[in-house]
Design a protein around this ligand. Structure first.
Ligand code: NAD
Length: 322
C-alpha cells in the first residue's frame, strides 16, 4: 500500500508513544484512524494532537477504551469501529499495544507474568483474529505487528530477567513470519510486517508499571522494592547502603532517561514503520541499535547471553538499558 489517504487504520495502544505518533502521521496523510487504549485520557490527548492542524472534511478519528488482552472488549472495539467509522472493512491494523514487567519466573507472580504475556502476545493474536474479516474485505490491507529486538534477542542486559516480554515478542515475530505464507496463499491482497524497535523514547516504563500495579501512582510498592533488591542482589550488585528513597529516585531517573535520552524518538520510529509498510517490507527494524543488535546476534548466536556480548553492546553500540 503506497498511499494511506482515504484508508481506515486501526491502532491498538494509541494513547501514547509509537501508537500516538502512528495516529498523528496517518491522520496527517488523510487516513481515518480508530484507536484503542486502556487510558481514555491518553487517547483524548492523542486525538487532540491529531486534530490540531484541522481535520480534512469527513476524516474520522475515533477513540475506544479496550484492553487488547480481553476478547469481549476487543469484539466491542470492532463493533464500535464498524458503527462509528461507518465501514465494513479496514485497510491497516497496527497491533502496537504492549507493556513490560513480569520479567522473572522466580521473583514475579504468575499474574504479573501472564499480564505482560497476554497483552504483548495475546493482544496481537486477538487483534489479528478479530479484525481479519474486515481486512479481508478491503481491496488491499496490511497487518503490522509490533515485536521488539526482544523478538530475536531475549534480554536487555545481564542484571534484568526479561522472560514474559521476550517470550511474547518472539511469539509475535514467529506468528507474523508464518502469516506471510498463509496470506500469500489464501489472501494475497493482505500483507504483513513485524516491527522490531530498539530503544525508542517513550513512557513505556512508567505506563507498564502503572498497568502492572493497577495504580496511577509512580510510588514503588513494598513488593516492588523487595523485588528490585532481590534482582540486583542476584546480579551481584550491592545496594544494601541504598534506602528505599534512593531506589525510588534511581527508578524515576531510569524512566526519565528511557524517555528523554533514547537514540530514536517515537515520531521517528513511526515514520520508519510507515515507510516500511509503504515498501511492503515484512521485517521492519527501527533504530540503528536494532540493526546493530540484529547483526551482532546473527554473527555470535552462541555468545548472545555472555558477559562479553553485553560488554560489546555497551561499548560498540552504546546500549544503556541493562
Ligand atoms: N519503547 C521501546 O523502546 C520499545 C522497544 C521495542 C518494542 N516496543 C513495543 O512498542 C509498542 C509500543 O510501545 P511504546 O514504547 O510506544 O509504549 P507506550 O507505553 O508509550 O505505549 C503503549 C500504549 O499501549 C497502551 N496499552 C498498554 N496495555 C494495553 C492494553 N492491555 N490494551 C490496550 N492498550 C494498552 C498503553 O496505555 C500505552 O498508551 C509496544 O508493543 C512495545 O512493547 C517498544
Amino acid at each position: 500500500m503506497k498511499d494511506f489517504a482515504g484508508r481506515i487504520a486501526v491502532i491498538t495502544g494509541g494513547g501514547t508513544g509509537m501508537g500516538r505518533e502512528l495516529a498523528r502521521q496517518l491522520v496527517a496523510e488523510g487516513c481515518n484512524v480508530a484507536m484503542c487504549d486502556v487510558s481514555a485520557a491518553a487517547m483524548t490527548e492523542t486525538r487532540k494532537l491529531c486534530e490540531a492542524g484541522g481535520l480534512p472534511q469527513g476524516l474520522r478519528v475515533t477513540t475506544h477504551v479496550a484492553d487488547v488482552s480481553d476478547e469481549t472488549q476487543m469484539l466491542r472495539f470492532r463493533d464500535e469501529i464498524v458503527e462509528q467509522q461507518a465501514t465494513d472493512k479496514i485497510h491497516l491494523l497496527f497491533n502496537n499495544a504492549g507493556i513490560g514487567g513480569g520479567g522473572s519466573l522466580i521473583l514475579n507472580t504468575r499474574e504479573q507474568w501472564e499480564k505482560t504475556f497476554n497483552i504483548c502476545w495475546g493482544g496481537v493474536y486477538l487483534g489479528t483474529r478479530i479484525f481479519l474479516p474486515l481486512l479481508l474485505r478491503a481491496d488491499q490491507a496490511h497487518i503490522v505487528n509490533t515485536s521488539s529486538v526482544n523478538g530475536f534477542w531475549a534480554s536487555i542486559g545481564p542484571s534484568v530477567p526479561h522472560t514474559a516480554y521476550s517470550a511474547a515478542k518472539f511469539a509475535v515475530k514467529g506468528f507474523t513470519e508464518a502469516l506471510i505464507g498463509d496470506l500469500r496463499l489464501n489472501a494475497p491482497h493482505v500483507k504483513c510486517s513485524v516491527v522490531m524497535p530498539g530503544h525508542i523514547g517513550t513512557s513505556i516504563r512508567t505506563n507498564s508499571r502503572r498497568i502492572q500495579t493497577g495504580t496511577d501512582s509512580d510510588e514503588l510498592t513494598a513488593d516492588e522494592f523487595a523485588r528490585i533488591r532481590a534482582t540486583l542482589s542476584a546480579a551481584g550488585i550491592d545496594i544494601t547502603a541504598m534506602t528505599d528513597a534512593d531506589l525510588q529516585k534511581e527508578m524515576d531517573e531510569r524512566a526519565r532517561m528511557f524517555l528523554e535520552e533514547a537514540p530514536t524518538s517515537a515520531a521517528a520510529a513511526a515514520a520508519i514503520i510507515l515507510d516500511g509498510v509503504r515498501a511492503e517490507r515484512w521485517r521492519i527494524l527501527v533504530g540503528d541499535d536494532a540493526h546493530q543488535l540484529d547483526r551482532l546476534v546473527r554473527d555470535n548466536p552462541d555468545q548472545a547471553y555472555e558477559t562479553s556480548f553485553f560488554e560489546s553492546l555497551k561499548n560498540d553500540i552504546g546500549w544503556r538499558l541493562s
